[in-house]
Write a protein that binds this ligand. Structure first.
Ligand code: SAH
Length: 232
């Protein structure tokens, strides 16, 4: 009996230390990769401190979960570098009551960061495998305000529109018109735009009284926005 209790205590301590380790890695990530650069929005910084990024990446890359880089998530896709996740989140100037659409669920990490700030997140993923895994993961982690759908995000989500903000996390060659149409008056969209498989720019789109303005922000490299031929 004593041996069993000692073994259980040991496991609890190891799990506790591992969790402590992830929390401190996350704190360091926020300090050195975000605050030290140009991320100052308090809601974004809080969300990046709270969301357990290591729970969104495959086992073999977990030890790199808090490093300053993108990581593979399977099916040839990637989870963006923490700085890019924070940069895109901050650029949308979110308010707690906002309804936001994300295109490119991937691991579900970006959706969780958005869900830590706002009321309702809708996210669409074209790869069925990734969509199902992300849905399950978000549910297990308790993100009840995220709705995941498998499909081609080009068309947006007309039955849930209009949105206060839209975030596209795959590199498109142009801004899909249906997404512009589904933005509210005063809505914002952030999307990487550029030639296929080349460097794109994050573009911030604003809609005001049916007038669309666009602003090129930083250069980025994203996996491509794909169309039609849904995989799996
Ligand atoms: N936001 C994700 C990472 C996105 S990687 C995260 O936090 O993990 C880009 C994702 O966009 C990939 O999973 C890719 O399959 C998906 N994607 C590409 N084209 C798409 C489309 N037309 N509709 C929906 N998802 C798309």
């Amino acid at each position: 009996m004593k041996k069993i209790i000692a073994a259980i205590t040991c496991i609890v301590l190891i799990l506790g230390f591992a969790q402590e380790d992830d929390t401190s890695k996350r704190k360091l990530m926020v300090k050195t990769q975000l605050k030290a650069r140009d991320i100052s929005d308090s809601a974004t910084l809080q969300a990046m401190s709270d969301v357990p990024r290591h729970q969104f990446v495959p086992e073999n890359v977990k030890k790199y979960a808090y490093s300053d880089s993108p990581l593979p998530i399977g099916n040839g896709q990637t989870i963006s570098q923490p700085y890019i996740v924070a940069y895109m989140t901050q650029a949308l100037q979110l308010e707690p009551g906002d309804r936001v659409l994300e295109i490119g669920t991937g691991s579900g990490y970006q959706a969780a960061v958005l869900a830590a700030i706002i009321d309702s997140v809708y996210t669409i993923e074209i790869v069925k495998n990734l969509s199902l895994t992300a849905k399950d993961r978000l549910q297990k982690l308790g993100y009840t305000n995220v709705t995941v759908k498998w499909g081609d995000g080009y068309h947006g989500w007309p039955t849930k529109a209009p949105f206060d903000a839209i975030m596209v996390t795959a590199g498109a060659d142009s801004i899909p018109q249906p997404l512009i149409d589904q933005l509210k008056d005063g809505g914002r969209m952030i999307i990487p735009v550029g030639p296929h498989h080349a460097v794109s720019h994050l573009v911030l789109v604003k809609k005001k009284k049916n007038k669309i303005t666009t602003k090129n922000l930083i250069p980025v490299r994203f996996v491509p926005f794909t169309r039609k031929n849904k995989k799996n």
